[in-house]
Design a protein around this ligand. Structure first.
Ligand SMILES: Nc1ncnc2c1ncn2[C@@H]1O[C@H](COP(=O)(O)OS(=O)(=O)O)[C@@H](OP(=O)(O)O)[C@H]1O
Length: 438
């Protein structure tokens, strides 16, 4: 080989080797970056290999001490129905309001353990409307209670509140032609903070969660930050109505429940003619401005919800949410026939399934059982679609019967029945003096 060619070949080899070295360095760098980021961004084999299995079934017994703080117009009735059915199936005592509190725990008053019907004490679960009061709930419920709640995007929530309470809440009754736009253009013209049901018209989420709904998120950011801190400390999970199925996946995991335990049908849904198809962006912005505290809470907890989904493995959560939707479809077909349809109350023949109707032009729709009952599992189908008022009364009646049977056995002496007597009602502990927020 001529020397020139040999030198050229040698030079080419050196260039190739240098290229290889650069390539290797680049690859090494990328790998190290991936591993480094991996520890911080919770990279997992699932993300690198999306087909990899998600955590299998339950590894611990189902958790039965749960307090669901039911906020207004946030899909809370659907969550409540899931908990009611769980409590019934698993024979768990569920706190229910005494009759003078109706089916809410004397809302809008601050929750007090005195509002709980004695036949439903000591409870392990609670899921009816109340104004959150952490200290009182802790006096009532076991120490291992898991607290959960749900939020909804505040503009959509406000539209729902405005329509539902249009004839109940004086601030809304005053608005000409029941116009949401007119209200949001000048809310202070219609709203009086001290009158009855004012909390349905201003920062309802903040109010339900025990906050002061009159504070301004804009002028008092420290107040909002403090409220968020308190709620972070109190709740193990804050669900988001817009991501209902993903929320249920997180709930099921938190409580070590099965996917079947969180099957549901949507309850308390307004008819299509009672709702705005879409909220114009200008109105949505005005609704969020007026409900600034709620907007701040939603922004914070929506972000932390997604961080939590990422920690649980987004792929797995979404896969499980898909499984839940498929199982739900099958259940709907089995219970309500091949074309399950939401109907106006007047078309629902079964009285136990007729949803409560607010005053005014608002229609709440529901399901009806087909004329040919769905066979075994019919009771499950009935409870699945049973509205809050009927289900609360039914459960109260059932628990009262159980409480008097237990009392009877207690009077007859221990060992008279085949079931052990229940524990005596737990005395309510003295309430520590706490500074109230607000
Ligand atoms: N699964 C699911 N996902 C998303 N949204 C749902 C779900 N279930 C119920 N809903 C909607 O929630 C609204 C009723 O909320 P609540 O049951 O909390 O209302 S109430 O305060 O108890 O009266 C009501 O909203 P509007 O129809 O906009 O009024 C329901 O349609």
């Amino acid at each position: 080989m001529p020397p020139v060619l040999a030198r050229l070949q040698q030079a080419a080899k050196m260039v190739m080797t240098r290229k290889k070295v650069v390539l290797l360095l680049l690859l090494g760098g990328m790998l190290s970056l991936l591993l480094h980021q991996g520890s911080q961004l919770s990279w997992s084999p699932r993300l690198l290999f999306p087909g990899a299995p998600c955590p299998a079934g339950r590894t611990r017994p189902k958790h039965t001490a749960v307090a669901f703080v039911k906020t207004h117009k946030t899909a809370g009735t659907t969550v409540q129905n899931i908990l009611f059915r769980f409590a019934e199936r698993h024979n768990v005592t569920l706190a229910l309001p005494r009759p003078s509190c109706e089916h809410q725990f004397c809302y809008p008053r601050d929750f007090s353990a005195r509002f709980v019907h004695p036949a439903t004490r000591p409870p392990r679960m609670l899921a009816s409307h109340l104004r959150f009061n952490r200290a009182e709930l802790r006096r009532l419920l076991p120490n291992d209670t898991v607290y959960v709640t749900i939020l909804r995007e505040p503009a959509a929530m406000f539209e729902s509140l405005f329509s539902y309470y249009n004839r109940h809440c004086p601030a809304f009754v005053r608005v000409p032609n029941g116009s949401l736009e007119a209200f949001l253009r000048a809310p202070r013209a219609y709203y009086r903070p001290d009158e009855r049901y004012a909390m349905y018209a201003h920062n309802t989420l903040a109010y339900d969660l025990g906050g002061d709904n009159e504070r301004s998120a804009l002028d008092e950011p420290a107040y909002l930050a403090g409220l968020i801190r308190d709620l972070e400390a109190a709740f193990s999970l804050v669900m988001i109505a817009e991501y209902f199925d993903e929320s249920l996946v997180l709930l099921r995991r938190l409580l070590a429940w099965d996917l079947e335990d969180v099957l549901y049908v949507k309850l308390n849904v307004r008819s299509a003619s009672s709702r705005l198809a879409a909220l114009p962006e200008g109105l949505a912005r005005a609704a969020r401005r007026w409900n600034g505290l709620d907007a701040g809470l939603y922004e914070h907890f929506n972000a932390s919800f997604w961080r939590r989904v990422a920690r649980a493995g987004r792929e797995c959560v979404q896969r499980e949410a898909r499984q839940l939707r498929e199982a739900r479809e099958r259940l709907l077909h089995r219970c309500f026939g091949p074309r399950p349809r939401l109907r106006p109350a007047a078309e629902i023949r079964n009285k136990q399934l007729q949803p409560w109707q607010p005053l005014g032009n608002v229609g709440i729709v529901g399901y009806d059982l087909p004329s040919r009952p769905p066979g075994p599992g019919g009771d499950e189908c009935l409870k699945l679609a049973m509205p809050e008022v009927q289900y609360s009364s039914y459960l109260l009646h059932k628990q009262k019967l159980r409480a008097s049977a237990w009392a009877e056995r207690g009077r007859a002496g221990a060992g008279a029945g085949d079931r052990p007597p229940p524990p005596p009602p737990r005395p309510i502990r003295a309430l520590p003096r706490l500074a109230r927020r607000g």
